[in-house]
Structure formats: structure tokens, C-alpha cells
Ligand binder design. Structure first.
Ligand SMILES: [Zn+2]
Length: 286
């Protein structure tokens, strides 16, 4: 059944967050993502149509941890919607409800190019953290729309059960890869690797957001060869030609994945995104 009038308008910064919101809300709520899954969420054009969506939003869900800092604050400031300002009841920041990894030690100077100065914002590939975000989302939706509270709660419980089963199945698929090392282009898989029991050997970017020098690449390739690293993972919005060169020279396999739901045909929602990621990593590290 499709609701004639949506009870709420939920706007998310990424398609992965939108997928999660749809799991919790069904047809009761209209869910819109500000970006597409083929885009790098760090760098998005602040188009006027996005301001309009935020203006109409009852709830704005972002990742936070500076992932959207280059574009979202500009849009929110133009949207004339006080409830979605940071700290407002119409704002839910996923990074605030999970334990954050890669927290910098000591002073971080963003001007030197590190775009993760508040810890790693790529939290949505860890089922444990995604389940925590789903619970926070259901609780906030219930506050904003008390009539729908029962539906949000039961849908969240259903989601949580399916996510727990999927998590167990994904863990089994990755059993043989456990303890092995991979290289990523950007520092996107910290949470995934932590959950799956894999290890990060290094990154093509010397620091998040900083392009590699020839010297960095040469050093990376040498250490991959001596460490027997067999997989390089790159998002499809990065320079996959460069990632291919690194993988080839190091004798590793290149896995190109989308950064978000919708960024590759197989990833229609969060579950199928994770299916694809797990499958590819498992195949590369048999
Ligand atoms: Zn990043």
C-alpha cells in the first residue's frame, strides 16, 4: 500500500543512508538522497535543487565526521529550515551514534590535505555500526511522527534480524580471508576490515584526500610484493587506472566497487551492496 501523503520527508546525504531509511519507514515516508551512489560524497556540487529538498525536510540524515563538510553546511545554511541545523530535532548525524575509528592522535591540520580530521567517516560497511544507526533512526522517526512509532519499531526490529543473519553469512564467506591484508585507494574500509577481521596494508593515497607521489606508489608496490598482498580495492569514482597499475605491478587483484548503494548495478540497497563487497573480497582472497 502506498501512502497518499507521506507522513514525513526524510532527506539523506547518501544513497546508503536512504536505503537504511527506506528499510525503517516503508512507504510511510518519502526518502530522498542528495547524492547518487556514483559520486564521491566528499566532493559534491552544492546545486540549488538540493537546497529545496533540505528546505522541505522533516529529518536530514547525514554521516558527519566531516564527510559532507565541503558541501552540506552551505546548503543547510541556505535552506531556511532551523530544525535540520546541527543539534536540531530534524537532524540525525550517523557518525554521532557509532564508535569512531582512525581518530587522529595529536593536532591535525586539514590544510595539509587530510580530509578525515575527525576520524574515519566511512562507517556504513560495518553491519554492527549500521544496525546502531538504524536503531537511532527508528527512535528519531518515532519522536517526529508518534503515530508511526509502532511501524518504525517493528520495521527496525525486522531489519535488525535480517542484518544479523546476513552478518553471520558474510562472516562465513570471509572466513578464509581473515587476517589477510588488503590495500585500498582511499581510507574507506577501516570499519569493514575491523568487522571482518582483515587488515589494511596501506593506501594508494598517502593521506585521505591527498594524491600519491611516484615515490609513495613505488614504496607501496614494493611493500605489497614483499608482504604478499593480493587485493587492491578502489571505489569507482577514484582513478581506477592508477589503481590497476598498482595492482598489476604488485601482482594483486583490483576490485572496483561503488562507494554507495546505487553506484553499481548490483547494489540496489544496503544488503546487496554488502553482498557485492563481501563476494568480491572473498573471491580475491580465497
Ligand atoms: Zn573519506
Amino acid at each position: 500500500m502506498i501512502a497518499l501523503i507521506a507522513a514525513l520527508h526524510v532527506v539523506t546525504t547518501t544513497e546508503t543512508l536512504a536505503s537504511l531509511a527506506r528499510e525503517i519507514t516503508g512507504t510511510r515516508v518519502e526518502v530522498t538522497s542528495l547524492t547518487r551512489g556514483v559520486q564521491d560524497p566528499h566532493y559534491v556540487d552544492a546545486r540549488p535543487s538540493l537546497v529545496l529538498a533540505i528546505n522541505r525536510a522533516d529529518l536530514l540524515v547525514d554521516v558527519g565526521l566531516d564527510l559532507e563538510i565541503g558541501w552540506l553546511p552551505v546548503l543547510v545554511n541556505q535552506a531556511r529550515n532551523a530544525s535540520v541545523l546541527p543539534g536540531g530535532k530534524g537532524r540525525l548525524t550517523a557518525g554521532e551514534v557509532v564508535q569512531v575509528m582512525d581518530l587522529p592522535t595529536g593536532a591535525v591540520d586539514r590544510s595539509r590535505g587530510d580530509i578525515h580530521p575527525r576520524g574515519n567517516p566511512h562507517i556504513m560497511t560495518d553491519p554492527r555500526r549500521v544496525r546502531a544507526v538504524a536503531a537511532a533512526l527508528a527512535a528519531r522517526l518515532a519522536e517526529l511522527d508518534p503515530q508511526g512509532a509502532g511501524e518504525y519499531r517493528s520495521r527496525q526490529q525486522s531489519f535488525d534480524g535480517r542484518a544479523a543473519s546476513a552478518e553471520a553469512a558474510w562472516g562465513q564467506k570471509l572466513a578464509s580471508a581473515r587476517g589477510r591484508e588488503i590495500v585500498t585507494y582511499h581510507r574507506t574500509l577501516t570499519y569493514f576490515l575491523d568487522w571482518a577481521g582483515l587488515r589494511l596494508h596501506g593506501e594508494i593515497e598517502p593521506k585521505p584526500g591527498v594524491p600519491p607521489s611516484a615515490a609513495h606508489l613505488a614504496e607501496l608496490i614494493t611493500s605489497m610484493r614483499s608482504g604478499g598482498v593480493k587485493a587492491v580495492v578502489s571505489e569507482n569514482f577514484m582513478d581506477t587506472g592508477l589503481a590497476r597499475m598498482v595492482a598489476d605491478k604488485a601482482g594483486a587483484r583490483l576490485l572496483v566497487i561503488a562507494g554507495d548503494v546505487g553506484g553499481m548495478p548490483e547494489a540496489k540497497d544496503w544488503f546487496t551492496y554488502m553482498d557485492t563487497l563481501v563476494q568480491r573480497v572473498a573471491e580475491a582472497l580465497p
